[in-house]
Each structure stands twice: as C-alpha cells, then as structure tokens.
Design a protein around this ligand. Sequence first.
Ligand code: ADP
Ligand code: ADP
Length: 229
Amino acid sequence: MSMIEFQNVEKYYGKFHALKNINLNFEKGEVVVVIGPSGSGKSTMLRCINGLESISSGHLLINDQDLYSKNIKLTEIRKNIGMVFQHFNLYPNKTVLENITLAPIKVLKQNEQDAIALAERLLDRVGMLDKKDSYPSMLSGGQQQRVAIARGLAMQPQMLLFDEPTSALDPEMIGDVLNVMKKIAKDGMSMIVVTHEMGFAKEVADRVVFMADGEVVEESRDVENFFNN
Ligand code: ADP
Ligand code: ADP
C-alpha cells in the first residue's frame, strides 16, 4: 500500500494548468527527490499533499483514503505529514523550544513535560540544543532551518515534505542542513524533497522525479545513473 498516491491529478490556478495528469506513488520509508525548473509544479505538488492547495480533478490518496471525497480533516493530514519550507516559517515571538513544543501540546495534547523532553532530544539531534531559549531572529538561516526540521519531527509524522529547504540559505549553511536531512533519512523517515542539491539526491534519494511544465517527465530509481546521463 502506498502512503501517497496521485491518480490522474490535475491542478489549475484559474486558467493556468499547474499539474498535468500526475500519476505517482510514494511508499513508506522512501526518500524521493523532486527536481525540475522553477515553475514546473514541484511546490504545488507538495502543497496538494498536505492540503495547502486543493487539486482540481483526479484523486489524491493518503494511506488509501481519498483526500477529497471523504471527510478527512486537514488537521488529521497535517498531523501525519509535516512540511519544511524554504523560508523556515518559525513563530518569531516564540523561543526555539516553544516553536517545537507548541503543536505537540496543542494538537497532539502532549503534556508539557513530555513535549519539552522530546523537543530537547530533537534539538540535540539537529545540533541546536544550546539555542533552545533563543528567538528565531537571533539565529542564522541555517540554524532556523534546523529548528524547523526539529519542529516537523516533533509531530512524529509519517512523512516529511521539504520544499527547497536550502534555497534561501547562504552557501556555508547548506551543508549543516543537508547533513541533518541525511540523518533523518537514515533513521527511516519517509521524505519527499524538492531541491536543487544534486549531491544530496545522489547520496540519499531512493528515487528521482523530474518535473517540467506541470508534468512528470521522468522517474528513476537508478539515481546515480540518472544524474550521469
Ligand atoms: P515550482 O515549485 O516548480 O517552482 P510552483 O508549483 O511553485 O513551481 O508553481 C508552478 C506554477 O504555478 C508557476 O507558474 C507559478 O507561478 C504558478 N502558481 C503557483 N502558485 C500559484 C497561485 N497560488 N496562484 C497562481 N499561480 C500559482
Ligand atoms: P516559495 O519559493 O517560498 O515556495 P513562492 O514565492 O514560490 O514561495 O510562492 C509564495 C506564495 O505565492 C505561494 O503561496 C504560492 O502559491 C504563491 N504564488 C506563486 N506564484 C504565484 C502566482 N503566479 N500567482 C499567485 N500566487 C502565486
């Protein structure tokens, strides 16, 4: 059973045809890297999966449940599918620790002590424990992104989506963030990663999906060869 299944999915923004007959499966434990030119629909595809955008036609199944024909609550989906954005999107008026514990306490109803213990463990994992009482504005972009990843993991999602997580970072910060993503992948997290980082794709991806002009143009499990050709 696929965790995510696109069946003949079309997406229009007004008259603009952003996704064209997408048929794709994403399996549990898989790391899929999505590449393609700017404007090819990569971000739209991710945003459809976690309900930030709705599809125009076709079916999008999450754990065999149709995202649109049944009464699935978006909050339920977002509990299971985390997202890391290009621009981090941390809450500016909350500390690093509070950024991470907020949703587990509110949405998962974790008690505060458990949420803090988990947040500290995750911050340690991403190398940010010493900044737990800082505010986002005091951190570099790379540090903020590592916090954002810890925040995504704190919901203990089934899958984590990454939308160009290193594109807004200064070059010297990119390696730290990619290393954290590699660790998470090795832990077995299911991931879909939109990125231009070919080194990451070669090293970590089980599969590459190449999009252009709203279509999936190519798909390959032979990632090494894909980039050599
Ligand atoms: P990518 O992630 O590959 O750069 P996007 O999915 O962000 O591509 O965008 C695909 C196309 O859809 C682009 O031409 C973009 O301008 C357009 N688009 C994205 N979001 C919207 C929106 N909310 N309204 C109208 N057009 C949009
Ligand atoms: P990011 O690069 O951080 O993903 P974008 O600049 O691609 O952000 O898009 C930011 C927001 O603007 C998104 O919500 C996207 O859907 C929307 N957007 C992108 N392109 C268009 C467009 N052509 N018309 C209207 N909204 C758009």
